[in-house]
Design a protein around this ligand. Structure first.
Ligand code: ADP
Ligand code: MG
Length: 228
């Protein structure tokens, strides 16, 4: 059974008098443990698709099955609990809260999940160590480099072991060398923790390192590939 399966997902936006058809029927599936790049030029609908996969937005039509379950029938509260428990998000601009330390940022998802306060810090610390940021736990985002902030953001996405890690252009704000270090971290986490990872990118060098790719073009999936 696939972890997630999309069938003919459609999504348009209305901009004044114009309707923009962004996703015209996107279908693909992802199995547990896979690491897949979702590629496509800027404006091809990658972020729109990620928002749908992460339940931040809903498709106009099509089916989205998560662990074999139809998600269209779920209530808002069920959807937000899936979002909190099963999906970890990583964004291009890191999106850390500036007033909180690295450790406090990583604790946030645990606060939302109602994990007892005593347990939060040890869990967050363990993940911070996994991403190589154990010695920066007390730093605020401003005191960290871009690559370090992204490591903290990855720790925040992973704390509490979600089923799917969704990363939207996670290397887009970083220079090539630091972007590669972040990519190496995703590859390592995927192989050691078996975390299912979707990396959205327009950078062919990043996509080429993912074992599988889904190429978006003109609102459709133009191709899927597995690297040898
Ligand atoms: P990508 O992430 O591949 O660059 P996006 O999914 O962000 O592409 O956007 C795809 C298209 O949809 C663009 O033309 C964008 O302007 C449009 N779009 C995305 N979100 C909205 C929105 N909330 N309202 C109107 N148009 C949108
Ligand atoms: Mg985008």
């Amino acid at each position: 059974m696939s972890l997630l399966k999309l069938e003919k997902i459609k999504k348009s936006f209305t901009l004044g008098p114009v309707q923009v058809h962004v996703l015209k029927g996107v279908s693909f599936e992802v199995h547990a443990g896979e690491m897949i790049a979702i590629m496509g030029t800027s404006g091809s609908g990658k972020s729109t698709l990620m928002n749908i996969i992460g339940f931040l937005d809903q498709p106009d039509s099509g089916r989205y099955l998560l662990e074999g379950k139809e998600t269209a029938r779920l209530s808002d509260s069920e959807l937000s609990s899936i979002r909190n428990q099963k999906i970890g998000f990583v964004f291009q601009q890191f999106n850390l809260l500036g007033k909180l330390t690295a450790l406090e940022n990583v604790c946030l998802p645990l606060v939302y999940r109602g994990i007892p306060e005593k347990e939060q810090k040890p869990m967050a610390m363990e993940i911070l160590e996994k991403v190589g940021m154990g010695d920066r736990a007390g730093h605020r985002p401003m005191e960290l480099s871009g690559g370090q902030q992204q490591r903290v953001a990855i720790a925040r996405a992973l704390v509490g072991t979600p089923s799917i890690l969704l990363a939207d252009e996670p290397t887009g704000a970083l220079d090539t060398r630091v972007g590669q270090e972040i990519m190496d971290l995703f590859l390592e986490l995927n192989s050691t923790q078996k975390i299912t990872t979707l990396i959205i990118t327009h950078d062919p060098r990043i996509a080429a390192q993912c074992p599988g790719t889904v190429r978006m073009q003109d609102g459709y999936v133009a191709g899927t590939e597995e690297s040898p």
